[in-house]
Design a protein around this ligand. Structure first.
Ligand code: SF4
Ligand code: SF4
Length: 85
């Protein structure tokens, strides 16, 4: 089932398309106009690597956000090592 995993803030994103270039899954396509936000055309191809967010020059300003599905949010619990047991 397809669902959006990447969200753009069209008030912040400049449409530079760096995120399109870096996505090795080609999940995005460029927006219809110069400076418009990219379009998530193939959401099922996204595997949540986070490269698009990492490379966005305006990530701190909130131009792009990744939302990981709940079932993929793991939690790691530190266990005592063998030497300390
Ligand atoms: S989300 Fe970031 S990298 Fe992608 S087009 Fe917008 S400003 Fe550029
Ligand atoms: S998280 Fe990775 S696979 Fe998903 S759209 Fe961004 S760069 Fe592509």
């Amino acid at each position: 089932m397809a669902f959006a995993s990447i969200y753009f803030d069209e008030n912040v994103c400049t449409g530079c398309n760096y995120c399109i270039d870096v996505c090795m899954c080609d999940a995005f396509v460029a927006g219809p106009d110069k400076g418009s936000v990219p379009i998530m055309k193939y959401p099922d191809e996204c595997w949540f690597c986070g490269c698009c967010v990492t490379l966005c020059p305006l990530k701190e300003e909130g131009a792009i956000e990744i939302v990981t599905p709940f079932r993929m949010r793991g939690a790691f619990k530190k266990t005592p090592s063998a030497s300390s047991a």
